[in-house]
Design a protein around this ligand. Structure first.
Ligand code: DX5
Ligand code: ZN
Length: 217
């Protein structure tokens, strides 16, 4: 299963609902929703009220990426706002195992993310608790950055571990992904591709279609 997950961080919030409708019409099934708290990452984006609001008019799979300290504090609230999957950063959780279990208990899919400076080995003890691992391919906090080439090796390493253990875990890549490099990261072993600026900075429908085509080729 390959998925494009457009990140609304790069959308025009003045007409967010309309822009989400455009990606949906282009054939996208997932939506990437970046929540930032100004502590785990320098910037602040948006939170539950925005998610609850767009939930009313979208049946996309809400892939919520929490770049916040101790996200375990807000699991129920994100569930209520309409998240289908919660991805938390390994670096942001004092009790990662318990936070991941609580997301599952709340009835959502479970994701764990690692920053470019965090090794794959950090996830060894929690792989059996997650549906997806998000490998950050830029340092989190902002859209529009360039893909860090060194992340190729981390994607390959994780895919090898997943295959060897026979696990059913998606690998999502986030940061600097576009129609130009999506085939390359897919080749490395990723199967869920986040794209913010590459989808929303320009003609949304045709940009999304270009990435979908390159992804499925
Ligand atoms: C960065 C966010 C990303 C961001 C990606 O911290 O997690 O999801 O929106 O933006 P692009 O695709 O522009 O690199
Ligand atoms: Zn993200």
């Amino acid at each position: 299963m390959y998925q494009l997950s457009p990140s609304i961080l790069a959308a025009d919030f003045n007409c967010l609902g309309e822009q989400i409708r455009q990606v949906e019409e282009a054939g996208v099934e997932w939506l990437h929703i970046d929540v930032m708290d100004g502590a785990f990452v320098p910037s602040i984006s948006f939170g539950m009220p925005v998610i609850a609001s767009i939930r009313k008019n979208s049946s996309l799979f809400f892939d919520v990426h929490l770049m916040i300290e101790e996200p375990g504090r807000y699991i129920e609230e994100f569930k209520k706002s309409g998240a289908d999957m919660l991805t938390v950063h390994a670096e942001a959780c004092k009790h990662l195992d318990s936070t991941l279990r609580e997301i599952r208990k709340a009835g959502m899919k479970v994701g764990v993310a690692i920053n470019p400076g965090t090794p794959v080995s950090q996830l060894e003890c929690v792989l059996d608790l997650v549906d997806m691992v998000l490998i950050m391919t830029v340092n989190p906090g902002y859209g529009g950055q360039s893909y860090i080439a060194k992340m190729d090796d981390k994607i390959k390493e994780l895919r090898a571990i997943i295959n060897e253990k026979g696990l059913d875990i998606d690998i999502e890549v986030d940061g600097g992904i576009s129609a130009k490099n999506v085939a390359h990261v897919k080749e490395c072993g990723a199967n869920v591709f986040v794209a913010g600026s590459a989808v929303f900075n320009g003609d949304i429908a045709s940009s999304a279609k270009d990435i979908l085509e390159a992804m499925e080729a």
